[in-house]
Design a protein around this ligand. Sequence first.
Ligand SMILES: Cc1cc2nc3c(=O)[nH]c(=O)nc-3n(C[C@H](O)[C@H](O)[C@H](O)COP(=O)(O)OP(=O)(O)OC[C@H]3O[C@@H](n4cnc5c(N)ncnc54)[C@H](O)[C@@H]3O)c2cc1C
Ligand code: FES
Length: 271
Amino acid sequence: MKIITKKQQETAIVIRNKPESRSYFRIGLACSAIYESALPGQFVTLHLPGNLTPLLRRPFSIHRLIKENGRVIGMEILYKVVGGFTEKLTRAVAGDHIDLLGPIGNGFTVSKNFKNVALVGGGIGIAPLVSLADALKESGVSLSNSIACLGGRTSDDILCKNIFQLFGMTVRTTTDDGSEGEQALVTRPLEQWITSNHPDMIYACGPMPMLRAVADIANKNKLPCEISIETIMACGLGACLGCAVNKNETTGKYQHVCIDGPVFDAKTHIF
Ligand SMILES: Cc1cc2nc3c(=O)[nH]c(=O)nc-3n(C[C@H](O)[C@H](O)[C@H](O)COP(=O)(O)OP(=O)(O)OC[C@H]3O[C@@H](n4cnc5c(N)ncnc54)[C@H](O)[C@@H]3O)c2cc1C
Ligand code: FES
């Protein structure tokens, strides 16, 4: 896992903001060149200028960097509409200003030596896995030998399937109600795939029970695995200690998602 400490607060201009499906939107923001060095898995916090509620900034993963002539000019954020902030965000239009702070946290490990990898995403946890796939491809990792396991409650939660297919990845989808793909937990295709494949890394982002299950599978099979945790956050900067998760097995210290994560090694993270 890599960490970048340099971050910046800026006024970002909305490029576009469109519905992705019933409960999800994708927003494009113009941003500064600091995001040239952003890592897949890192996140930003947003605030809507002039809005007193919600008062606290909200964290969102960098879904995809927008590049022009090879330079980063913006980013996309994929978001699920769940409450006050995300509802207001749906009303943002091109040209609006948004207060942006980032990039924050650490990023997933990407190595050009990886031969194949498994991405496991649950619902909105799929969002950072797209910038991860972009970074893996840029590093020369063969995604055609790799798998994306995408899970959700219903078909509405299965995001970015076509993007992973365009990368040439094997894509397996699962839903709780069977409305898309197999009616199963997203760990089922992962377990099936690793019986005949030995990934150099399993990456997972999604709800906590899913992360626990993926970590268990990786640890039992002695496969390296990184999990990205999305907790409720207040400051997003290491000041309030409100995003504490469980202890690190090696150090015995409490971990905080905004400063020690959001990406953690599944071997040393205690759920
Ligand atoms: C590192 C990180 C990355 C994230 N990346 C994304 C992303 O890419 N796209 C995205 O849509 N969301 C992401 N989230 C979650 C996002 O921050 C929350 O959905 C958002 O803050 C909700 O704000 P709100 O005011 O709309 O809803 P609120 O009114 O604050 O909350 C609505 C409901 O959602 C619950 N909730 C809020 N935050 C979370 C959370 N983190 N996990 C589970 N339940 C929560 C609340 O308890 C409440 O029940 C991320 C969170 C973290 C910590
Ligand atoms: S959110 Fe305040 S310390 Fe992490």
